[in-house]
Design a protein around this ligand. Structure first.
Ligand code: SAM
Length: 275
């Protein structure tokens, strides 16, 4: 990235625990912008202090009033402004959506500097299928709303990814056992931190474990797809290998998609990797 920066909005991902996960580009941008808009100026201020950066901090979240958002957009039109959240990638269960939408509508430059994200980190760790997943953010707090959401998501042939909190985990696992039985579940906790843990099993087994060991810290909850898809995903590599022995990646993907109902484009990407 060339410095000094052009005017515009720079979405900057920050660590979700381990400070070593801030990227070089993120650090350069945080240093080069004219100001950093953030959820909590104390939290972002601490990170900047750790990086040895002195910056003007502006408090911003999506509940900011129209005047505050207009003032920020006016700034973004004439100078480079970063948007950071307390941890991870802005806009992902964090503020920024409205700001980005309005900036784009007005033709302002928007650049994203990627980095840590708890959902993706958990997905790479859990050993559940990654070829299709649905990120659903925080679950509703009320039982009925949560049960309705599970009913809506139940038929999806995808790994489901939720953000969860320690105090609600056991009730959520109980609801999962009731509404999405027979799924493989994973609880990814304190990712990138000292006490990182990723534990898999049935909802009942995990609820039993966490009743005995109340979960601390931050949590991503993952729910594997219905069993028939899991079996197909596991078998897909073997089927692709066999098909690749006699055909091109595209032919192999087409044949395996037909046999399993799995997504042809995902199979094609996998076939290219296997070849
Ligand atoms: N924007 C963030 C991201 O990119 O992941 C997410 C922010 S959201 C307000 C906070 C939630 O993300 C936590 O309640 C937890 O569910 C999840 N989370 C954040 N950091 C985590 C970590 N280190 N380990 C596990 N989950 C984490």
């Amino acid at each position: 990235m060339t410095m000094p920066l052009e005017p515009g909005l720079y979405i900057v991902a920050t660590p979700i625990g381990n400070l070593g996960d801030i990227s070089g580009r993120a650090t350069d941008v945080l240093r080069a912008v004219a100001a950093v808009a953030c959820e909590d100026t104390r939290v972002t201020g601490k990170l900047l202090h750790h990086l040895g950066i002195r910056q003007k901090l502006i408090r911003y979240d999506d509940h900011a009033d129209a005047a505050a958002r207009e003032a920020l957009l006016a700034r973004i039109a004439v100078e480079p402004v970063a948007l950071a959240c307390d941890a991870g990638t802005p806009l992902i269960s964090d503020p920024g959506y409205r700001l980005v939408r309005m900036a784009r509508t007005r033709g302002l430059a928007v650049t994203s500097i990627p980095g840590a994200n708890a959902a993706i980190t958990a997905l790479t760790l859990a050993g559940l299928p990654t070829d299709r997943f649905l990120f659903a953010g925080f679950l509703p707090a009320k039982d009925k709303a949560r049960a309705d959401l599970f009913a809506e998501l139940a038929p999806l042939r995808a790994t489901l990814v939720f953000y969860e909190t320690g105090p609600r985990l056991i009730a959520t696992l109980a609801a999962l056992g009731e509404h999405l039985p027979d799924r493989e579940i994973a609880v990814a906790r304190e990712l990138t931190k000292l006490h990182e843990e990723c534990r898999s099993g049935s909802a009942a087994a995990l609820a039993g474990h966490y009743r005995a060991h109340p979960p601390r810290g931050e949590i991503v909850l993952l729910v594997g797809p219905p069993a028939d898809l899991r079996a197909s995903a596991e078998d897909a590599d073997a089927l692709l290998r066999a098909a690749l022995a006699t055909g091109s990646p595209s032919q192999a993907a087409a044949a395996v998609a037909k046999a399993t109902g799995l997504d042809r484009r995902a199979l094609y990407a996998r076939a290219l990797a296997l070849k």
